[in-house]
Ligand binder design. Structure first.
Ligand code: GLU
Length: 299
């Protein structure tokens, strides 16, 4: 049992239940866990089950079981986004009251790169055709600058490159960008360690945090694991589910990917491996790159 002694550090792992845990998601879970525990902080798990069409039934339970079988024990109750609709509605109401939202009925053909809206819906607010999505207005000159703990300073011309993003989808579902910001604030998250596929989302999330007067957590984006062809190792590319019976070997493989010291071979339980890895956690060893292939075998 880890002791929690640093109330100023609250980390989290926030899986989407779109399939069982695979090596890529174990790496993200492990990096956020080790960063939290090494700093004496707490580590929370949030199930991001706010997109039923993408959900694979049973996978939320499988992910939680897998985390436990790998010794990755979280603090407190798992927060389920599917039960947080009222909080997202309250945040949307606050954004609407500030005049930051507009409705959009633009068709697929009018949607630009990165989901931005290139249509004329803003001029037709009183005459939109249902169904509509709700977007947050990003001023054209808006820049978001933040320092990633791994990748350094990042400056996103949000108003130019990722403007007016969706906070409530046309199908009525709350968008990930809104939910994640509301829940990170609700859970008092101070430190986010996650895969670099979410780097682009960070500027959007900081923009929403500023509009909602929430604190901005510290961010550390870790490299994405790719297959030999350089493709992201993910549920979409059918990354194999982790075998919970090989939990120690899986942890060793994840540590090797993160370029962490390998626990001595006589450490044979997940608890021993995690205790060693927590003590020796050296995030600066992990290359500051967006993606890298799986290492062949741990030493
Ligand atoms: N639910 C997201 C995913 O599984 C992660 C969200 C986050 O860490 O902000 O990709």
């Amino acid at each position: 049992m880890q002791t929690t002694s640093n109330p100023r550090y609250r980390g989290r792992f926030a899986p989407s239940p779109t399939g069982p845990l695979h090596l890529g998601s174990l790496i993200a879970a492990l990096a956020s866990y080790l960063d939290a525990r090494h700093n004496g902080g707490s580590w929370l798990v949030r199930m991001e089950d706010l997109d039923p069409p993408r959900e694979v039934p049973g996978s939320a339970r499988l992910i939680l079981n897998s985390l436990q079988n790998h010794g990755l024990q979280w603090d407190g109750e798992v927060l389920h986004q599917s039960r947080r609709g009222a909080a997202y509605a309250a945040a949307l109401a606050k954004l609407a009251a500030g005049g930051h939202l507009f409705d959009c009925d633009c068709t697929r053909a009018q949607i630009g790169p990165e989901g931005s809206c290139r249509g004329d819906c803003r001029e037709r607010q009183a005459r939109l055709r249902a169904p509509t999505a709700t977007r947050v207005a990003v001023p054209p000159e808006c820049h978001i600058r933040f320092r990633d703990r791994a990748l350094g300073w990042s400056d996103t011309a949000l108003g130019r490159d990722l403007p007016d993003f969706v906070v409530k989808r046309k199908d009525g579902l709350d968008a990930y960008q809104l939910a994640v910001v509301v829940d990170d604030a609700f859970q008092g998250i101070t430190d986010i360690v996650r895969g670099s596929d979410l780097l682009d989302s960070t500027a959007r999330q900081i923009f929403l945090q500023q509009l909602l007067a929430y604190p901005t957590p510290r961010y550390r984006h870790i490299p994405l694991i790719t297959d030999a062809a350089g493709d992201k190792f993910s549920k979409q590319t059918h990354a194999p589910a982790l075998d919970d019976c090989s939990a120690c070997a899986n942890l060793r493989a994840a540590l090797a990917f993160l370029r962490q010291p390998q626990p001595p071979t006589d450490l044979g339980s997940t608890g021993q491996i995690l205790a060693f890895a927590t003590r020796h956690w050296a995030p600066g060893n992990t290359p500051a790159v967006l993606s890298m292939p799986a290492t062949s075998k741990p030493d």
